[in-house]
Design a binder for this molecule. Structure first.
Ligand code: PEP
Ligand code: MN
Length: 360
């Protein structure tokens, strides 16, 4: 797939002075709920009104969406409020129904992007459409799988394309519902700078309190827009209750976000600087996370040593680590002096942890 400006014409043509906003409930529940939320959002910066009609659920037995009936409600939203509409499609039948009901933007969900069969089926059903199609990242952090899906749609002659970054699942529990792995989204942007990229802080965080911070990081990283789940009564939502915000909160979030839209050379400098700083922040957080994991392993070694009454300091092992890391560091442009200092500090922290365990 070649990089071309045409991919983002649908977005540029909107001529927005703020990031693109897609908002609305996780799921369409009732006609009243869908229209009620739409009415609270119609005079705001929201550009597309979303509502899930067919809901992919990890486990069976949860609310699986109202089905095609909800498409009529979305049509009503469009005729009553003038807002453009958006929903998720996961197979050929969904695509046909969504097109019949004139839905303006269709997205492919994270659980579909993992399957080239499903993506191809959707691409075939959409062939040549002039609707906007956005592809969520696959649930696993695999850039080629994500790009593969974009390519399938591009090849199906779909001109209005974009991607949604909604984070990646992990076996390990983290503070996120789906970890952002920002580096992966940055790599995608670097390879396809003209492909619009929207952040979905709702599915990344899983918690409404964290939505603002993730949205700000996304804007600092030059994302083109946000998809934020919005519900009039979030706590009683039929799906994803913990992560939805009220329309008022959404408006407040949009007001508080720092959007860099000025276009002086000074603004360009500031935009670049804040983008680079956001990248550094992402990596610093990963460093702390990795060091925390290293210390946990070190603690387990401490427990083993205590059982066998083995000394904490094993100098042979330590010298081996240092030698290997100095070489590794050199290959990454890091000085021997820096590697020595850093590993001495890590080693010291490790010894402190183990001593505490052995003497407990
Ligand atoms: C959604 O947007 O409601 C949804 C199901 O998202 P995802 O595919 O990211 O899980
Ligand atoms: Mn959801």
């Amino acid at each position: 797939m070649e990089n071309n400006k045409q991919m983002r014409a649908w977005l540029d043509d909107l001529g927005l002075d703020h990031p693109l906003v897609i908002a609305g409930p996780c799921s369409a529940e009732t006609e009243e709920q869908v229209l009620g939320i739409a009415n609270s959002l119609k005079d705001t910066d929201v550009n597309y009104y979303r509502a899930g009609i067919w809901k992919p659920r990890t486990r069976p037995g949860n609310f699986e969406g109202v089905g095609a009936l909800g498409l009529k409600w979305l049509q009503k939203v469009k005729s009553e409020t003038g807002m453009k509409t958006a929903t998720e499609v996961a197979n050929r039948a969904h695509v046909e129904l969504a097109l019949e009901h004139d839905i303006d933007l269709l997205w492919i969900g994270a659980r579909s992007t993992v399957s080239p069969f499903i993506v191809q089926e959707i691409a075939d059903a959409l062939e040549g459409t002039d609707k906007v199609v956005l592809i969520k990242n696959p649930v696993n952090p695999d850039l080629s799988l994500w790009l593969g899906a974009v390519e399938r749609l591009h090849t199906a002659n779909i001109k209005k394309l974009g991607v949604i970054h909604r984070g990646f699942s992990t076996y390990e529990k983290t503070k996120y519902r789906n970890i952002p792995e920002w580096q992966l989204a940055i790599d995608l942007q670097t390879r396809f700078p003209d492909l619009p990229i929207i952040n979905d802080p709702s599915h990344i965080t899983g918690k409404r309190d964290m939505i603002f911070d993730v949205s700000q990081t996304a804007l600092d990283l030059n994302f083109d827009g946000l998809m934020i789940e919005t519900h009039s009564d979030p706590d009683n939502a039929w799906s994803d209750a913990a992560q939805q915000v009220t329309p008022d909160t959404l408006i407040q979030i949009m007001r508080d976000l720092h959007v860099r839209k000025e276009s002086s050379p000074e603004a360009e400098f500031n935009r670049k600087l804040s983008n680079l700083r956001a990248q550094i922040d992402v990596i610093d957080n990963q460093l702390i996370d990795t060091l925390g994991k290293r210390m946990k392993i070190s603690d387990s070694i401490g427990v083993l040593k205590r059982k066998r009454n083995v000394a904490v300091l094993q100098s042979n092992r330590w010298n081996q680590i240092l030698g290997a890391m100095i070489l590794e560091g050199e290959s990454k442009g890091l000085s021997e002096e820096f590697i020595l200092k850093m590993f001495k500090a890590i080693h010291q922290e490790s010894i402190n942890h183990q001593e505490k365990i052995i003497n407990a």
